[in-house]
Structure formats: structure tokens, C-alpha cells
Design a protein around this ligand. Structure first.
Ligand SMILES: Cc1ncc(COP(=O)(O)O)c(C=O)c1O
Length: 404
């Protein structure tokens, strides 16, 4: 349904574009019959958790796909990050980007480690290695990079800084399963990497994650810590927690893996369609993924330039929401502006000009197998209509906000 006049907009009394909401991160679901069959087999075995055959198979398949020898499946990526940080013996301060999901910093904070927030490169949205260097103090023990939107960090520069300054290097690879650059798959970089298979990720296991490392000693330590520190039936060799992935999650993970090529090709089709449509809308810029890199295309991210669109990112978001397009302001307002970090740094807030500007401009649009070509065409037509009619829309929004 095209919007022809302002009254057609749902915010001003019209019918919403979508009756059923179009969310960012609606789950991709693979072959249901195959999944159900795996669940039946799981019940027949009466083996529901504790490193069962589905978990072992899932880990082997991830190892084959990423080319990394050691894979430890976990209940979610947040616990995965905590396990890695603890197993590496991190303490003091760890440098992380503030432009990330809050879990990256929370996993450090949970272990009593201070996250030190670093700015990003405006073109890649990943941690800026030159900015990292300036934040290193005698208390720093590690750098955590985040492969934001599936874009691989500047792994060479970060490895050089970490090596020269004697720091550990970990990657939050929650966005970057099946991504890579220079022929190397994500999973092999740094001391360890952590994937997320949360339901909103393009490849999911309901909840879940995986730790990958090339270091066999670290892998053994993490494997033990995942299971309360048990090293045998009755012997506990170290501190530990419960980070195990369940068999039903692993069944979903294996089933998702079997459809990964379809998920990626649908994501690419969506990305290309958005890219072409957005290119002709003044003031909207699509975040471009590297052509030469291997990527999963799971995020469609635009930056809104208010000076040209005439409407702020938040005004555009409000209109999209009312039309049933649940676009999201990732990672607004930046982790440094969330608690407990905000109060802690009061009076001494980190200087992060690029992050601060970006969190006001970025908008993530719905994609994945739940979005049809027609849905995307309707969404981009709506965006075009909003921006072409920004002046009268802005007037009406002002009146509306004054009245409320
Ligand atoms: C960058 C990033 N790190 C960590 C996480 C946490 O992952 P999980 O939900 O599997 O704990 C997410 C999840 O959304 C994320 O996007």
C-alpha cells in the first residue's frame, strides 16, 4: 500500500503498512521436519544435556566450517565471553568499544574487570587500533574487538598492538559467524573468539554460542570451566560455572547450519535490494560490507543524515514503528552511557566523538527470511515517501509532540 498523502501515514490516522509487525532479528528457521526428527532421537536417547551427541556434532561442524581446531559450545555468548575472560586470567582494565551490545562490557564487569571504552573507525564501525593504543595503562590486560555487523576488525593492527604491549586479544564474534577476510574465517583470530547463536542471529540455536580457539590448553581449561570445573566424575580441578549448551539447542544449531547457505543468500538478496533502493534516497546511507570479504549479510544498517533528510533518525523511527516496521537504533545510546558505566565515569566521561555521533544516526532495518521482496519494497517506498515529504511531516510531528 503506497502512501499518497500525509493522512495515509499511520501516525496521522492512516492504516499501518504492516498488520503483522516486521521486527529486526525475526528468527530464521531451517528444516522443521529435520529438527523434529532430531528432537525425537534426543528423547529416545534420554540424553538432554551434559555434552551429548548433538553438542559434540555441532562443535565438530563449527570446527569444519571455521577451520579452527577447538570449539566449545556454550549456553549463550555472554557466558562464553565470561568463560574466556576468566580462563585467560584477565583482571584490571580491558579495552572494548562502546559501540557494541552491552553484553561485551557486562561480561567483563561481572568478573570485576573494568571495561575501558574505546572509539571506533567511522567507516567500519569497529574498534580503532590507534585509539586502543592511547588507552593502554599498566593495568590493561587485554583488548576485546567486536566484529560489528559481521565486518572483521582490523585484526592485523590489533594483533600488532597486543603483541607489542603484551596484552591478550579476544574477539566478540556474535555478529560474525561464517564471515572472514583474507581467506581466514572468523574464529581463528586472537586468543579466542565467541559466536552467538541467539534467536535473533541469522543462524540460531534458540539461545547459544560457541568459543573457538587454536590454543589446546586454553580450550581444555574453558571446557572444564563450562562444566563447574569438573575434570572427572568426582574431581573438580578449578573454579567453574554452568555454561553448557543443551541437546535441544544443539539440534536447532545443527539444523540451522544445514540451511546456512539459504539464509546467507536470502540476506544478500535483501541487502542488495535495500542497497539499490536506499541509494536514491537523499540523506540515507547504507553501511557497506566489504566486497572482497566473506560475510553473512545479516544486518542492514543505514545512517541518517538529518541535515539532508530533514527528519532525525528518531523521528523516522517513530514513523516506521507506527507503520509496523520495528527498525532498531543499535547500539543507542552507547554502552558508556548505560549503567553502571555512566555513573561510574561521571565527571570523567570517555571522549568518544565517533561513537557519540554514530549512535544518533544508525538505524537497523528488518531482514532475514521473514522479509519478502514485497515487504522490502514497501519499506523502502515508505522511507522515500517520508523523506520526500519531510517538511510537512516535521510540522505535524511538532504539533503532535506539543499536544502530548
Ligand atoms: C555484539 C554482541 N555481543 C554479545 C552478545 C550476546 O550474545 P548472547 O545473547 O548469545 O548472550 C550479542 C547478542 O545479541 C551481541 O550482539
Amino acid at each position: 500500500m503506497h502512501k499518497r498523502q500525509l493522512d495515509d501515514l499511520a501516525l496521522f490516522g492512516g492504516k499501518p503498512l504492516f498488520g503483522e509487525l516486521r521486527h529486526v532479528g525475526r528468527p530464521n528457521i531451517g528444516d522443521r521436519d529435520r529438527f523434529m526428527q532430531r528432537v525425537e532421537e534426543m528423547f529416545d536417547r534420554r540424553w538432554l544435556t551434559n555434552n551429548g551427541p548433538n553438542v559434540v556434532e555441532f562443535e565438530e561442524k563449527i570446527a569444519a566450517l571455521t577451520g579452527v581446531p577447538h570449539v566449545i559450545a556454550v549456553c549463550n555468548a555472554t557466558i562464553g565471553l565470561e568463560l574466556v575472560f576468566r580462563a585467560l586470567g584477565l583482571k584490571g582494565e580491558v579495552i572494548v568499544p562502546a559501540f557494541t551490545f552491552v553484553a561485551t562490557a557486562h561480561a567483563l564487569n561481572w568478573l570485576g574487570i573494568e571495561p575501558v571504552f574505546c572509539d571506533i573507525d567511522p567507516s567500519t564501525h569497529t574498534i580503532d587500533p590507534a585509539a586502543v593504543e592511547k588507552l593502554i595503562t599498566p593495568q590493561t590486560t587485554a583488548i576485546v574487538g567486536v566484529h560489528t555487523w559481521g565486518r572483521v576488525c582490523d585484526t592485523e593492527a590489533l594483533a600488532e598492538v597486543a603483541g607489542r604491549r603484551g596484552l591478550r586479544l579476544v574477539y566478540d564474534a556474535a555478529h560474525a559467524f561464517a564471515c572472514g577476510h583474507d581467506g581466514v574465517m572468523v574464529g581463528s583470530f586472537g586468543d579466542a573468539e565467541v559466536f552467538s547463536f541467539h534467536a535473533t542471529k541469522f543462524m540460531n540455536s534458540f539461545e547459544g554460542g560457541a568459543i573457538t580457539t587454536r590454543d589446546p590448553v586454553l580450550a581444555d581449561r574453558i571446557r572444564r570451566m563450562r562444566n563447574f570445573g569438573f575434570s572427572g566424575l568426582d574431581s573438580v580441578a578449578s573454579a567453574g560455572t554452568n555454561g553448557k549448551m543443551t541437546e535441544i539447542s544443539a539440534a536447532m544449531g545443527i539444523t540451522s547450519l544445514e540451511s546456512i547457505d539459504t539464509f546467507i543468500s536470502v540476506n544478500k538478496r535483501n541487502y542488495d535490494q535495500y542497497s539499490e533502493a536506499v541509494a536514491s534516497v537523499d540523506g540515507l546511507k547504507l553501511y557497506e560490507l566489504p566486497l572482497e570479504g566473506l560475510t553473512n549479510y545479516q544486518y542492514v544498517v543505514i545512517e541518517v543524515d538529518k541535515a539532508r533528510t530533514g527528519l532525525s533518525r528518531d523521528e523516522i523511527t517513530e514513523i516506521l514503528f507506527s507503520e509496523g516496521v520495528i527498525a532498531r537504533r543499535y547500539f543507542f545510546p552507547g554502552v558508556h552511557n548505560m549503567e553502571p558505566y555512566k555513573s561510574r565515569s561521571a565527571g570523567n566521561a570517555p571522549r568518544l566523538p565517533i561513537t557519540d555521533a554514530l549512535v544518533g544516526k544508525v538505524l537497523q532495518l528488518p531482514t532475514g527470511t521473514a522479509m519478502s521482496e514485497a515487504d522490502i519494497a514497501a519499506t523502502t517506498d515508505l522511507l522515500r515517501y517520508i523523506i520526500e515529504n519531510h517538511a510537512p511531516i516535521a510540522d505535524r510531528l511538532r504539533v503532535r509532540h506539543m499536544a502530548s
